[in-house]
Ligand binder design. Structure first.
Ligand SMILES: Nc1ncnc2c1ncn2[C@@H]1O[C@H](COP(=O)(O)OP(=O)(O)OP(=O)(O)O)[C@@H](O)[C@H]1O
Length: 595
């Protein structure tokens, strides 16, 4: 029973006149912790727009947490009274609480939950007797040379080091990986032969591999053994009952893990799992065909240790994830940095109207002509389109490669490595690389194909502007993309960018349509400059143009008007054949392009 319930019971049947102080509402109760003075206003207001149907607004979460009574508050008058009778000790406590609140406010940290540990200011604060961070781990942390923890690290580290369940939401590129690996390593402390004790799941193999690499750096000198499932076929030797090599930490994708769990006998044993972390948790909790939720349910059921700590991390969250966390995780703390479900403000975002599909290729070539500053990531909506664009850019002599699910693991690994090392300047990719991947110093993200949802947009453009560096994102759009334009324009506006007012005034898309669009990408014309096969409509038009050209030729007029007409007809002919498609796009671009 929380303060609100007690208040309700005590005041049953009592009527309040308007003059009296209003009773604390449930939402008030949530915004202030039990023994704290008024907290700063939560900064994680819901982002202004919520039309995609996939977002979980902060308001929803406040309600969700309020319903479970995870946070309680003393009423304002009580606090005033308490202030009057403060002992020295209480005054000191109050000062400390105010200091904590100021630190959170300054770093846009919002917390929800009971008795949330104070944020740290420096990594060195973790040396204290309270956290007892392994000296070797501190050494490894300091070898990165980071001046101070990022806001998510400031708050998530103490929460996890105090063994609390955590649902963390922080912008892309804000250092979430370190925020969950550090407490795991500290919790496990040294190698044991008991088997796997920590499991980290990520939606793609590339991301799992990246986390594995980071874990390798952080576990240096601790003796802890980390494993990444590279080939399922080799797993039997690596994990089977006869295997002598025991690992402490496993980092993988859910499908590989579930496959191994389902073998007879199972090749993995999760009974001793003490830490379960979901990176990109909202993606991992997505339900439906080809999604991870079912796999995750099986994995979660296999982690039978009741003492396990569970942590969710992502830059975006949806209502079902918040609901699941509240239902299943005890002692949950919710940490949000900045405004929930928003784009990182270090990226300069632009929307570019390119008229038609063929206009995209011309716009791309124009950007190349003006000079691209590599490395550049280009997102398209499917592997077919990735291949098509690759062929086109390769033909232009650009130092380009492509990564998609159809390439072999070896090719994908090589491609990622070459891009990281700067051998490839432009990398064409699909949604596969949209989340989590940390390529250092990506200068530009081009959304060649409009993102299927605003969640996708936030993650895609988050591949640039990481760890406080500046970045740029250009999103092409055509007439066909206007349905999602409003919500993405709103995101740009919310993160401080400029967008034309008409975009924000566009009709809202219904939740069901937004959901449908996020699952089923638009059908688009192929990416090609090859001559398009003639349609009956085109050939009639072509015949008409050719007839007009013939007439003009016969007249043999050399006046300006006739010359212009001939030129215009020639251009129209080229356009119909797919050789010069941008004339229309250029005109519209100047009207509708935002900064
Ligand atoms: N305290 C810090 N100070 C400066 N840079 C940091 C700090 N912690 C981590 N980084 C760097 O920030 C970059 C992004 O970190 P990370 O990949 O963990 O981001 P993320 O929040 O998980 O992003 P995403 O949501 O896209 O997955 C990495 O290159 C990492 O080395």
């Amino acid at each position: 029973m929380d303060t609100y319930d007690i208040f309700k019971q005590l005041t049953a049947g009592v009527r309040f006149t308007k003059k009296r102080t209003a009773p604390p509402s449930k939402s008030n109760a949530v915004s202030a912790a039990k023994e704290t003075p008024p907290q700063p206003k939560p900064v994680s207001k819901p982002a202004e727009d919520s039309d995609s149907g996939e977002d979980c607004s902060a308001a929803d979460d406040f309600r969700l947490l309020a319903d479970t009574g995870t946070s309680t508050a003393a009423s304002a008058p009580k606090r005033k009274k308490a202030k009057k009778q403060l002992s020295k000790e209480q005054a000191e406590q109050l000062r400390r609480v105010e200091e904590i609140n100021a630190l959170r406010k300054q770093n846009l940290i919002t917390v929800l939950g009971k008795d949330v540990p104070a944020p740290i200011k420096l990594f060195d604060d973790l040396r204290s007797s309270e956290y007892k961070l392994l000296p070797r781990l501190l050494e490894n942390l300091s070898s990165y040379g980071f001046a101070q923890p990022t806001p998510i690290q400031m708050q998530a580290l103490p929460v996890l080091l105090k063994d609390r369940a955590l649902m963390a939401c922080a912008p892309t590129g804000s250092g979430k990986t370190l925020a969950f690996l550090t407490p795991i390593i500290n919790g496990l402390r040294c190698h044991k032969t008991t088997g796997l004790r920590a499991l980290v799941l990520a939606p793609t193999r590339e991301l799992a591999q990246q986390i594995y690499r980071e874990c390798g750096e952080l576990t240096k000198g601790t003796g802890l053994r980390t494993h990444f499932i590279s080939k399922v076929s080799e797993a039997k030797q690596q994990y089977g009952p006869d295997c002598k090599q025991k690992y402490d930490i496993l980092i993988s994708t859910p499908n590989r893990v579930r496959f191994l769990l389902q073998q007879q006998p199972p090749l993995l044993d999760f009974k001793s799992i003490e830490w379960l972390v979901l990176d990109e948790a909202d993606r991992l909790m997505e339900e439906g065909q080809n999604n991870f939720k079912e796999q995750l349910d099986d994995i979660y059921a296999a982690c039978t240790n009741p003492q396990k700590r569970v942590a969710f991390f992502s830059a975006t969250y949806t209502v079902p994830v918040a609901k699941w966390a509240l239902r299943h995780l005890k002692n949950l703390v919710r940490v949000t940095i900045g405004v929930q479900n928003s784009a990182t403000d270090t990226v300069k975002q632009e929307l570019l109207f390119v008229g038609s599909e063929s206009g995209k290729l011309l716009a791309m070539r124009e950007m190349v002509r003006q000079g691209l500053q590599p490395p550049v990531l280009v997102f398209v909506q499917s592997k077919e389109r990735a291949k098509q664009l690759f062929e086109e850019l390769l033909y232009d002599g650009i130092n380009v490669d492509v990564i998609h699910a159809e390439r072999t693991q070896h090719q994908r690994d090589n491609c990622v490595r070459a891009f990281r090392e700067g051998h490839i300047w432009v990398l064409i990719c699909t949604e596969l690389m949209g989340r989590g991947i940390d390529f250092k110093g990506v200068n530009l993200v081009i959304n060649y194909d409009f993102p299927p949802s605003k969640i996708s947009y936030i993650h895609r453009i988050g591949r640039t502007g990481r760890a406080g560096r500046p970045g740029r994102a250009v999103t092409f759009f055509t007439q066909d993309d206007t349905a999602n334009l409003r919500s993405i324009a709103q995101i740009i506006k919310n993160s401080g960018g400029e967008v034309p007012e008409y975009m924000l005034q566009m009709k809202k898309v219904s939740k069901s349509e937004a959901k449908m669009r996020s699952k089923k990408p638009l059908e688009r014309e192929d990416i090609t400059t090859k001559i398009r096969p003639e349609t009956p409509k085109n050939s009639v038009k072509l015949q008409k143009i050719e007839k007009a050209e013939k007439v003009l030729k016969q007249k043999n007029n050399t006046d300006k008007n006739s010359i212009n007409k001939t030129k215009k007809l020639g251009k129209m002919k080229e356009q119909l054949k797919g050789k010069a498609p941008l004339a229309k796009a250029k005109v519209k671009k100047s009207k509708n392009t935002s900064k």
